[in-house]
Structures are given as structure tokens and as C-alpha cells.
Design a protein around this ligand. Structure first.
Ligand SMILES: [Zn+2]
Length: 496
């Protein structure tokens, strides 16, 4: 059996000032894609699944980049063309697995996934096609109509991207063997959710319920897309998607609408607390055991922010946390370069961070001692375990006794590696600060005595109601309290 693998993955924050270009993407082409075997990523999971099933992998193209602004049309058209040309040149395949995100916006095209799925379907015809997704996707029925399987990751942190891609491959394999195609249906809730972890609290409760309803229905998959709120497109929201063969269709529809209703009814529980920098530090200082991890959720490169915001760091320096605190990391290639030029043991005076826009804070004028340097080539140890991460030249600066790490390329902090690279053992500090919304939990939750969320001004703030919306369908909760549960589902609930 031959299964083709292809994907375009991006999380588009339409509020970012600059567009995302072709050159911003990294790519795996053809056989190079197989080198991701063993990595806990979507592509790695798909490759391993094919190899485990004894399937011949037909690798086409995988293109991805850090979350950022709207993708330029030419960039998408080039990647799409490469995928379609690749698929048309490899001869007959028995199935195809697409590795997608769900929240990609291209200039003039608010739903990349629907466009790509439609073209792939038109080319390949009536064969099994399924896709894996990030739970932050904003998905449409137009896309689901082209697919025979939708598999969103379930955990946030996304520690299961590889297992969901694995499941997508197994499902395609199963369909090809039995000669029957499953179908997918999407329920959109007029609801924007702030970024919510599934490791605890309401996110964990709702996920457990999803698993139970899916098991009871006996369908192929029930996916909950939290949705991505930092985007102004018509179909932004939160979504339930079911994948089912004909024999479980009624049960799957019933489970999906029941889950949608329960999610809707619990929406108030998703409204998070929002502490500014000084309030977050005050909360951390009330702790009696350590380390306390303070995460600046609002400057999360993983949601499209610059990563050079200074709000939390400024508050930490003002609070005089000194040697009790460390921060890794701010993205500032200029400062990292200056530290590398000056060398370990030297003293530099620089303007740190705050260089991308006005929202994330002004540059901080600091005098720092260059304690350690690193090339920034890391291997991820928790989420995306085994995958390489290159955050460019790094420097550990000591400012007023506090250890501050600077890197050169945008990324959130996923695990301890950006600390360890420059010799920082987080267990020796009272306060460990980083920039990430929830992925860091995979690498820190088991270490932290407490996690405190700092919601400073930033493009990934919990205050999702502040973003202007020209495109998004209204009403939409929580901005519009009059938003109601979809009428067609009310009806289907009554008739069951
Ligand atoms: Zn995500």
C-alpha cells in the first residue's frame, strides 16, 4: 500500500504587522521527510505510523514556520503547486494524509485548509484522504467535505500531535483495506476561547468528557478545536468535528451536538484571570515553596508575537528580585550579537527588547555582565520531543544580579533547554520567568511549585475582546453576550 504525506502548517495571527513570506518557511522535501522518524511531531508521527504498518511512504512536501502574520498569496500558491505537482508525478497512491494546522490565513484566502483539501481531492479522486490538525484550528465544513478523517491534537500543550497524525495514517490504511470512506461534519460554536490548557482546570474536564462521548459513540474520531482567537476571519470560533463511518453516523452526530452543548453551557468557566506584571510578581512572592514559574502568556511567539516584550522583565527588575530570579528568554538578535562580540566576562550596555512594536513595551536600558554564550541549537525534550530547535546565538546576561537570557530567533520557551544551554538550573531559583502561553507546561509543570500567569499588554493577551473585527461573523461570545447556541443544533437535540 502507498500513502502520500504532505502538509502546510502555520498559525496565522492576522493582527501581526508584517506578512509571512515564502522564505520564512522551513521545509522537508521528499525523502528528507523520513528523517523526522522518532520525533514527537505531526510529521514524525505520520512517518512512524507508515513504517509501523509496512506502508510505502510517498513523501511530497512539508512546509511550516513559526506563528506569524498573514501568508503572502504567492508563497501559498508555490507550496500548493509543489504539492499538487508532486502528487501527480508519483503515480497511483492508495491514500493520502495531510498534515495541517487549521488556522492558516493567506492573503485573500481565509481558509487555506479548505482550498488545499479541495485541490488534493480533485487531483486524487475517491481515495481515502485524512488530515491531522492543531486544536487551535478554525475549521469549516467546506474543508471537512473534502476529507474522510479529521484528527485534531487533544492536549494543550500539544504533546499528542504525533499520536493524532499516527491515528490519521491508521485510519487511511483502514479505509483503503476495507474499501469504505468515512465522512466528517463540523459544528461551529459562536464562541472565542482564550488559550486554555488541558493539563488542569476546565480544559482538562472538557477533554475528559470528549473522550467519554467519543468512546460511547463508537465513531472514528471526535475532535474539539478550541479555535484560534487572534485572527479576524469570517469563521473564527470553537468547533466540534466528528469522523464516522455510516454505521455510527447517528451516534456520532448525537455525541458531537451533546459535546457542543456542554461546551457552550460551560463557556463562562473559560474566562481566565488577567494579572499585569507587578500583580503577577506579587502573587509569586506570596509563595512559600519554589520555584514559581511566571509565564508571560501575552508575548507568546507561538501565537505570533515578537517575543521581545519587556513588560514582565521590567516589573521583575523593578521588584528587585535579583539573584532569586531568572528569565529565558527575550528575542533580541542585536543584543545577542553584541554579547557574542564582547565575549564572556565583559560588560555591555544595551537597549534590550521592545524593538518590534509599541504594544509589547519600550526597550530596557541595561548594563549586563556576559556570563555565558551559546549557539542556540537545541533539541526539544518534552513537547516535540526529539525535534531540533534553533533559536540562534544566545547570551546569558546578569543584570542587577538577575540572570536574563537573550536569543536571536523567535520561539516560545517549551522546556528547560534554553536555560540549561547557558548553565542555568531553574531548580536553584525562586522565580523562573519565560514567555509561553501553555506549551511550557509540558516541560515545567512537574518542576514548578506554582505557575503564575502574567498577562501584560501583548498580541496573545487573554483579553481577546480587545481586538478589532471586520471579518468575523457576529454575534460572537464573549464580545457579544447575546450570542446563542446554534439553532439547528437546538432542533436536533429536541428531536433525539
Ligand atoms: Zn496550537
Amino acid at each position: 500500500m502507498r500513502i502520500a504525506l504532505a502538509g502546510i502548517v502555520h498559525e496565522t495571527n492576522t493582527y501581526c504587522g508584517s506578512p509571512t513570506t515564502y522564505d520564512d518557511f522551513y521545509t522537508y522535501r521528499g525523502p528528507k521527510m523520513l528523517e523526522t522518524s522518532g520525533q514527537e511531531s505531526d510529521l514524525g508521527g505520520a512517518v512512524d505510523a507508515c513504517q509501523g504498518l509496512g506502508v510505502d511512504i510517498v513523501p511530497i512536501l512539508y512546509a511550516s514556520t513559526q506563528p506569524s502574520g498573514t501568508i503572502e498569496r504567492d508563497a501559498y500558491e508555490a507550496f500548493k503547486s509543489e504539492i499538487l505537482t508532486g502528487l501527480s508525478e508519483v503515480g497511483d497512491v492508495d491514500g493520502c494524509v495531510l498534515l495541517l494546522h487549521g488556522a492558516v490565513v493567506v492573503s485573500g484566502l481565509p481558509d487555506l485548509e479548505a482550498d488545499l483539501a479541495r485541490e488534493v481531492r480533485a487531483l486524487l479522486g475517491d481515495i481515502p484522504i485524512a488530515a491531522s490538525f492543531d486544536l487551535h484550528g478554525n475549521v469549516t465544513q467546506a474543508m471537512a467535505d473534502q476529507l474522510n478523517g479529521v484528527f485534531a491534537c487533544r492536549q494543550y500543550p500539544h504533546i499528542d500531535l504525533h499520536t493524532q497524525a499516527h491515528a490519521a495514517v491508521e485510519h487511511v490504511h483502514d479505509m483503503a483495506q476495507r474499501g469504505e470512506l468515512a465522512s466528517c461534519e463540523v459544528i461551529r460554536l459562536p464562541l472565542l476561547l482564550p488559550t486554555t490548557t488541558t493539563f488542569e482546570g476546565i480544559g482538562e474536564v472538557v477533554l475528559q468528557r470528549l473522550r467519554k462521548l467519543e468512546a460511547d459513540a463508537g465513531c472514528v474520531n471526535l475532535s474539539w478545536f478550541h479555535g484560534f482567537p487572534y485572527t479576524d476571519i469570517p469563521h473564527a470560533g470553537s468547533f466540534v468535528v466528528m469522523t464516522s463511518f455510516a454505521n455510527t453516523l447517528d451516534a456520532a452526530r448525537s455525541a458531537a451536538s451533546k459535546f457542543a452543548r456542554e461546551l457552550w453551557d460551560q463557556r463562562e468557566a473559560f474566562v481566565p484571570e488577567s494579572l499585569d506584571g507587578p500583580a503577577a510578581i506579587q502573587r509569586a512572592q506570596a509563595a512559600t515553596s519554589y520555584p514559581v514559574v511566571i509565564h508571560e502568556t501575552s508575548d507568546n511567539c507561538g501565537g505570533g508575537t515578537p517575543g521581545d516584550g519587556t513588560h514582565l522583565l521590567r516589573a521583575m527588575l523593578a521588584a528587585g528580585l535579583g539573584g532569586d530570579a531568572c528569565f529565558s528568554f527575550l528575542v533580541d538578535p542585536e543584543v545577542a550579537s553584541e554579547a557574542h562580540s564582547a565575549g564572556v566576562g565583559s560588560q555591555i550596555t544595551v537597549a534590550l527588547g521592545g524593538k518590534t512594536d509599541d504594544l509589547h513595551g519600550d526597550p530596557l536600558m541595561i548594563e549586563g555582565y556576559v556570563k555565558a554564550l551559546h549557539d542556540g541549537r537545541l533539541t526539544m525534550q518534552h513537547m516535540f520531543k526529539g525535534a531540533p530547535l534553533n533559536i540562534g546565538p544566545m547570551a546569558r546576561l546578569v543584570v542587577d544580579g538577575m540572570d536574563i537570557v537573550v536569543a536571536s530567533r523567535r520561539s516560545q520557551t517549551f522546556d528547560r533547554e534554553p536555560f540549561l544551554a547557558v548553565g542555568i538550573d531553574v531548580m536553584k531559583y525562586k522565580y523562573v520567568a519565560l514567555k509561553s502561553s501553555n506549551h511550557f507546561r509540558a516541560g515545567f509543570q512537574h518542576l514548578a511549585s506554582q505557575i503564575v500567569t502574567a498577562d501584560t499588554p501583548g498580541l496573545t493577551t487573554h483579553n481577546i475582546g480587545i481586538f478589532p473585527r471586520q471579518q468575523t461573523a457576529r454575534p460572537l461570545w464573549p464580545m457579544d453576550p447575546r450570542a446563542t447556541f446554534p439553532e439547528n443544533l437546538e432542533h436536533s437535540e429536541e428531536t433525539r
